[in-house]
Design a binder for this molecule. Structure first.
Ligand code: KG4
Ligand code: ZN
Length: 342
């Protein structure tokens, strides 16, 4: 089975071809083309929806053509067209959805509208053939969620952020310290030479019995500490980054520990894996903390490679294949969804 996956929900224009052999537990990525629009948004310190939607229109046809040629697959050989139907910035989602519908109609193939979060949730099956049920920590610029992944189409969100997303907090801290966008990798780089003990920062929600997250208070505390230390030397910036990253890691590990407990109460099982996904999952400090937690909890940590943790077309194609195998696909009357909880 050959599936094309299209992703346009945020600031990546992406397309990929994934092959799924009969009975296989995981997939084969034949191509995975991602064009980031970071440069177009960098001056604004964040994604500008109108700029993103226009860029998707300009780029998508070429990206799909490249995905097909990289894979050595003709359009007519595709078995289905999958697209992220939301949640996301609605202008961009509509570009991808309209394109995918037109292609499905012209080729007379099934059209599959995939939930973008579901695609992140199922990526560990594409790469590692992880079996259900497992626990997903999804931490990106737009999302911070703990999800019990029970089966295709059966998800239970067991924790989420009540304010900022984790990646958003990294981005905002970077911005207030004058670092480049996107902030996560910059904060991590500066933190490497910093003293994580220098600034005492709060760890909101830690110890609470529900595995939810709150990051706004931490972000504000960094702002206040930075204002107090002004003018900031390079050492101050490094120490602030290190102290923030350490606090963020403590929060995530504590919340995920509670998430594993909730998962066990809910399913009666230890998760087959703790899967981490989203851009923040590439943070090495975070990975170390979660690896230790997984070891202590008697499970394994699975982190798909960074290029599959961030937004991409392969995860959409794979999620499409999972749905198609269950006989699920969508009508051409599908309406793009800016919000689409799992
Ligand atoms: O999944 P992603 O590429 O896009 C979405 O938000 O959907 O995630 C991007 C987010 C940004 O907020 C970025 O700052 C953060 O992930 N990020 C990181 C790191 N690399 C990316 N945060 C912390 N440490 C990193 N190394
Ligand atoms: Zn995403």
């Amino acid at each position: 089975m050959l599936i094309l996956g299209i992703e346009t929900t945020c600031d990546e224009t992406a397309a990929a071809v994934v092959a799924r052999d009969e009975g296989a537990r995981s997939g084969r990525i034949l191509s995975n083309v991602v064009r980031s629009q970071i440069e177009q948004h960098a001056d604004y310190g964040g994604v500008v929806p109108e700029i993103a939607a226009r860029a998707h229109i300009d780029l998508l046809d070429d990206i799909v053509a490249k995905a097909l040629s990289d894979a050595g697959v003709k359009r007519s050989a595709l078995h289905a067209i999958a697209v992220a139907g939301g949640p996301g910035l609605i202008g961009g989602v509509m570009v991808g959805v309209t394109y995918a519908k037109a292609m499905a109609l012209a080729l007379e193939r099934p059209f599959i509208a995939v939930n973008h979060l579901e695609a992140h949730a199922l990526t560990a099956r594409l790469t590692d053939g992880v079996s259900f049920p497992y626990l997903l920590l999804l931490a990106s610029g737009g999302h911070t969620q703990l999800v019990a992944v029970l089966d295709v189409g059966r998800y239970r969100r067991i924790g989420t952020t009540v304010d900022d997303a984790l990646g958003e907090a990294f981005d905002k801290v970077a911005k207030m310290l004058g670092l480049a966008y996107p902030g996560g990798p910059e904060v991590e780089r500066w933190a490497a030479s910093g003293d994580p003990q220098r600034f005492t920062l709060p760890r909101p929600m830690m110890g609470r019995p529900e595995p939810d997250f709150s990051l706004a208070g931490l972000k504000t505390a960094v702002r206040l500490a930075a204002q107090k230390a002004e003018p900031l030397s390079d050492t101050d910036v490094s120490d602030l980054c290190a102290s923030f990253q350490m606090a963020a890691m403590d929060i995530v590990v504590d919340r995920t520990r509670v998430g594993i407990k909730r998962f066990q109460e809910y399913t009666g099982n230890i998760p087959t894996a703790l899967v981490i996904a989203g851009g923040v999952a590439s943070n090495q400090a975070l990975r170390r903390g979660l690896q230790k937690l997984a070891d202590d909890s008697g499970t394994q940590m699975i982190a798909p490679p960074p290029e599959l943790c961030t937004d991409n077309g392969a995860m959409i194609a794979w999620a499409g294949s999972e749905r198609l195998l269950l006989g699920l696909h969508d009508g051409l009357d599908f309406a793009s969804r800016p919000r689409w909880p799992l």
